[in-house]
Design a protein around this ligand. Structure first.
Ligand SMILES: Nc1ncnc2c1ncn2[C@@H]1O[C@H](COP(=O)(O)OP(=O)(O)OP(=O)(O)O)[C@@H](O)[C@H]1O
Ligand SMILES: [Mg+2]
Length: 345
């Protein structure tokens, strides 16, 4: 399957899950041999989903120790800026503020351009913040480590302090590493009384690690992501921590067209597909929404082909139908709030 070949695990997984659901439904309506075949195929697809989940967790990096595998999303991420549709200005800003100084620290120093520390990516949900963080690691050919406060609270109970220390130690042991902190707002909420007891202990530890109190952090790049930049504590936005803030806006018209191109690439497409019309019809849709529209549209002819045995290309009608079932996740009010914040930051 194309998305699996591109190592796009989550897309492959969603298509597989949808396909196996279709097959189970088709099996229910079949009898005899046909029922058996459909059931067996559905089981096979589900097995593949399980395999993908395992691969996604360890990032396919077989040589990693199991401990490292817990945090390393990918040994070296297999996405780069080329895989990020649109957002050309953002990519350029990231190159100048982060990538070049990280790759050429001597030159950056000479010209007085900041290197070290990190950036905070903020913007509405599904605009590609996590994806861009991985792409930055891909661009600089670095190892990618990830901390998610909700994981710390749910999965790291009892071993959170050791895990944080070990994660930073391992990241420092590579020649270049990106440490990605997702949901930064949960890590350092302005109103600290909302924090859990684990977080009250961990936040100072994470900040001290980021400051490099006892260690050299010059090979580390910190990237944070948040949907709620306004609820962050100023402490986390200090230079050396997340000193640079970069707004990741929802995709504009041209970017939406590119997103459709990207997520329909390598699929059997009918000639009537009008990418401009699709881009026009998707104001308020995030990158993640557009990806979902493309997956849903692909499932329509696929499902038909299983039920009827007749294969056909994905058509404009399939995309329009999928569009109806995926609501835009970005509304005007939220967008205004982000724009005002980015204007006043
Ligand atoms: N500009 C883009 N180019 C390519 N793919 C994109 C883009 N924006 C979003 N996507 C797709 O949408 C998926 C979800 O995006 P991602 O998880 O990075 O969003 P996010 O901004 O981190 O959302 P959240 O705030 O909910 O965490 C990505 O894995 C990617 O496949
Ligand atoms: Mg995210």
């Amino acid at each position: 399957m194309a998305s699996e070949r591109q190592q796009n695990f989550s897309a492959a997984k969603s298509s597989y899950i949808l396909s196996s659901e279709c097959l189970f439904k088709a099996a229910e309506q079949s009898k005899g041999k046909m029922k058996e075949i459909r059931l067996a195929n559905a089981e096979k697809i589900l097995k593949r989903v399980k395999e993908l989940e395992t691969r996604e967790k360890i990032g396919g990096a077989a040589e990693l120790s199991s401990k490292e595998g817990k945090w390393l999303i990918n040994k070296k991420p297999d996405v780069a800026f080329n895989d990020v549709a649109g957002l050309e200005d953002v990519k350029e800003e990231i190159r100048i503020k982060i990538i070049y100084p990280f790759e050429h620290p001597e030159g950056a120093k000479k010209y007085g351009i900041g290197s070290g520390g990190g950036i905070l990516l903020y913007g509405p949900p599904g605009t590609g913040k996590t994806y861009i963080a991985k792409a930055i690691a891909g661009e600089v050919n670095a190892f990618f480590f990830s901390i998610k406060p909700s994981d710390i609270m749910s999965k790291w109970v009892g071993e959170a302090e050791q895990n944080v220390a070990e994660l930073f130690r391992m990241a420092r042991s590579h020649s270049k590493s990106v440490i990605f902190i997702d949901e930064v707002e949960a890590l350092v909420p302005k109103r600290r009384n909302t924090g859990s007891t684990v977080m009250v202990r961990l936040v100072p530890q994470i900040l001290a690690e980021m400051d490099g109190m006892n260690s050299d952090n010059s090979n580390l790049l910190f990237i944070g992501a948040t949907n709620e930049p306004w609820s962050l504590d100023a402490a986390i936005l200090r230079p050396g921590r997340f000193g640079e803030k970069i707004y990741i806006p929802p995709p504009d018209l041209a970017s939406r067209k590119k997103l459709f191109e990207l997520y329909l690439k390598d699929k059997p497409l009918s000639k009537d597909i009008d990418l401009d019309a699709l881009a026009q019809a998707t104001g308020g849709y995030s990158g993640a929404d557009i990806k979902e529209v493309c997956i849903k549209a692909s499932v329509i002819p696929f499902k038909e082909s299983i039920l009827t045995g007749i294969e056909r290309d994905i058509g404009m009608a399939d995309l329009m139908k999928a569009l109806e079932s995926v609501k835009p996740s970005i509304n005007e009010k939220d967008l205004k709030r982000f724009e005002e914040y980015s204007f006043n930051k």
